[in-house]
Design a protein around this ligand. Structure first.
Ligand SMILES: [Mn+2]
Length: 343
């Protein structure tokens, strides 16, 4: 865990900073973390980090331009040592992915003390801010967890949530799940669209403002949600048609000129088709980038085996991986993977 003393330390570092810069991950947990701290402090700039999974030198120029007195990195799984060295600005990094060792950085990660405590970044940011439990809940559900205060949240928002042990039920079958999609879709589109959505999100005070379109800000976000959702639902319907009930596989490729919805698609399809080998990818510049899910066997060794002699790589968590393979090798990679899971 991150101790109360450390939470207090983060709070002090925030308060001391006159012009903080928040660099946050490109998903609801990253966004929620930013919203929580930025709302709490009332000042600072934010940039969503789209390079995945690492925060590296590509962001250095922007950082130098903004010239903050402190950088807060939120929910990024990897930060490179070069970035820290070249930035020459004090950095605080709050994360819950596998711990890394970097020099010259203040690092807060619950897994440093207990490897089984991987509670979300937005959980810890809410410990700091203590103001908007619904924002942190959106981040936590988005990362496929249930919040610690789930029962309290159900009492507070009985029309948006219900009791369950499966975060997928909330994400895909509840009103609150819609809110997570609002967060997710706020990060899609052009730079301007993203900037506008996030600055509007900073003004929102309750989930109902968005879901019931109670204010102009809420209406704006809901409309944005509806537009992106149309596109998303379209992809989801196409993907569903690729389900092979005999082989228990679902392989779906969509064009890279469309907005990437791979993360959300993988989650929603995993929920709809449990125990299925799921591969969602986009083809770009002669290679397929994909998300691979399978809940019955550990993926990394199978992926490595399937990639033998092919051009590509893959890795990540036991049951959720990312990968990359040359387009001409894609078919053989899939065939091998399908065989490997039957064994
Ligand atoms: Mn996260």
């Amino acid at each position: 865990m991150i101790t109360q003393k450390e939470i207090e330390e983060i709070r002090e570092l925030l308060k001391k900073s006159k012009s903080p810069l928040f660099l946050y991950d490109d998903d609801p947990d990253g966004l929620s973390s930013y919203l929580l701290l930025r709302k709490y402090l009332g000042r600072g700039k934010g940039i969503v980090v789209k390079s995945s999974p690492a925060l590296d030198l590509t962001y250095l120029k922007k950082v130098k331009e903004l010239n903050p007195d402190r950088i807060f990195i939120l929910d990024k799984p990897i930060v490179t040592q070069e970035f820290v060295d070249e930035a020459q600005i004090p950095i605080v990094w709050i994360d819950h992915h596998e711990p890394l060792k970097l020099e010259g950085i203040k690092y807060f990660n619950p897994r440093l003390k207990d490897d089984h405590d991987s509670r979300c970044t937005s959980y810890w940011c809410n410990e700091v801010a203590k103001e908007n439990d619904w924002i942190s809940a959106a981040g936590i559900f988005g990362d496929w967890f249930l919040p610690d205060n789930f029962e309290e949240l159900i009492r507070k928002y009985p029309d948006l949530l219900f009791k369950t042990k499966n975060p997928g039920d909330i994400l895909f079958n509840s009103e609150f799940g819609k809110l997570v999609k609002v967060f997710s879709f706020a990060l899609k589109g052009s730079t301007t669209q993203i900037r506008d959505s996030i600055s509007v999100l900073l003004k929102i005070e309750t989930p109902y403002e968005i879901l019931n379109q109670l204010t102009p800000s809420g209406r704006f976000l809901y409309k944005r949600f509806e537009r992106v959702n149309k596109e998303y639902i379209n992809l989801l319907e196409q993907a569903r048609k690729k389900y092979d009930s005999k082989k228990k596989t679902l392989v779906f490729l969509y064009p890279s000129n469309k907005t990437s919805h791979t993360g959300l698609l993988s989650n929603e399809l995993t929920h709809a088709y449990p125990d299925t080998l799921l591969i969602i990818g986009r083809e770009k510049k002669g290679e397929v980038r994909m998300s691979i899910r399978y809940t019955k066997k550990k993926l990394p060794p199978l992926i490595n085996k399937a990639l033998e002699g092919l051009t590509g790589y893959g890795g990540g968590h036991d049951y959720a991986c990312g990968g990359n393979v040359k387009s001409e090798d894609f078919e053989i990679f899939i065939e091998r993977l399908e065989k490997l899971i039957q064994k």
